[in-house]
Design a protein around this ligand. Structure first.
Ligand code: HXC
Length: 270
């Protein structure tokens, strides 16, 4: 069910909040008593929210955040995982992986607004987003080896791609938490702001992106994501294809005409 209040649309979920403000969708993981730990219900609701966003042409950017000031997400729910057998553990890992990949491949840009703990599955969720904005009191880490397990929502792969294999292995093998300054230094986050400013900063960035041509942004995301998995020659060909395709859009005409007429372009996403 959805309710519209002023310029906000609010969808009814149990463990996440979903709000669309103007053309920015905000997903808030909402289990603050458990530091927003990811259980099956959260994952399924996150999956549904991503599907809704994919189908909603009015949404131009997405923010993922956690409820409360203490945590973004302190990992997958350890109480739920504790008694899983091998098959169930594989299923849980596979479910999370599919949903995080769906989020990563969403055609709209996704910003993680991270405050407090971003551990295990929480760090993995932040890494499945395109951009990470961190509060100055954030703690990132992959503590799984201290629980007798390893990353299962893509951490071993995305962390190595983001910060390099050596730094990733240090974090993955030691389980050590790092602060905002270190996360910034190794490129795990895009920028650090005061804790009280994280969501506002994410909204500012989302609005800036939302004012640009949606297909230009979306094709750029595709070029970066798909290009990283191709050799350079193929990746450059992909860019050529996507660049050319944008010249069939209305927004290319709108953008270039507005520039030449010295006025601000208003893009429709067509
Ligand atoms: C379930 C959790 C949780 C988690 C915190 N809680 N993290 N419950 N799963 N990941 C619960 C606590 O049990 C506690 O519940 C409440 O949240 C508050 O947490 P405290 O531990 O009391 O807070 P504090 O002492 O401030 O310590 C904060 C913390 C610690 C350092 C973040 O909670 C912690 O280490 N959490 C676990 C972090 C972790 O190991 N994450 C990785 C999980 S494995 P009660 O009922 O006691 O109040 C993972 C794998 C992903 O993510 C891949 C899966 C396939």
């Amino acid at each position: 069910m959805s309710i519209t209040k002023g310029d906000k649309t609010i969808m009814d979920f149990n463990s996440i909040n979903y709000v669309v403000e103007e053309n920015i969708a905000i997903i808030t993981i909402n289990r603050p008593k458990f530091l927003n730990a990811l259980n099956t219900e959260v994952l399924k609701e996150l999956s549904d929210a991503v599907d809704i966003i994919a189908a909603d042409t009015a949404v131009r950017a997405v923010i993922v955040t956690g409820a409360g000031e203490k945590a973004f997400v302190a990992g997958a729910d350890i109480a739920e995982m504790q008694n899983k057998d091998v098959l169930e553990a594989r299923e849980f890992s596979s479910l999370g992986n599919k949903i995080f990949s769906k989020l990563e491949n969403l055609t709209k840009p996704v910003i993680a607004a991270v405050n407090g703990f971003a551990l295990g599955g929480g760090c993995e969720l932040a890494m499945a987003c395109d951009i990470r904005i961190a509060g100055n009191k954030v703690k990132f880490g992959q503590p799984e080896v201290g629980l007798g397990i390893m990353t299962g929502f893509g951490g071993s792969q995305r962390l190595a791609r983001l910060v390099g294999a050596g730094r990733a292995k240090e974090l993955l093998f030691t389980g050590e938490m790092i602060n905002a300054e270190r996360a910034n230094e190794i490129g795990l986050v895009n920028r650090v702001v005061d804790s009280s400013e994280v969501l506002e900063e994410a909204k500012r960035m989302a609005q800036m992106i939302a004012s640009k041509a949606p297909l230009g942004v979306s094709f750029t995301k595709k070029a970066v994501n798909e290009g990283l998995n191709l050799d350079l020659e193929r990746a450059l060909s992909l860019e050529v294809e996507l660049f050319g395709a944008l010249f069939s859009t209305k927004d290319q005409t709108v953008g270039m005409t507005a520039f030449l007429e010295k006025r601000q372009a208003v893009f429709s996403g067509e």
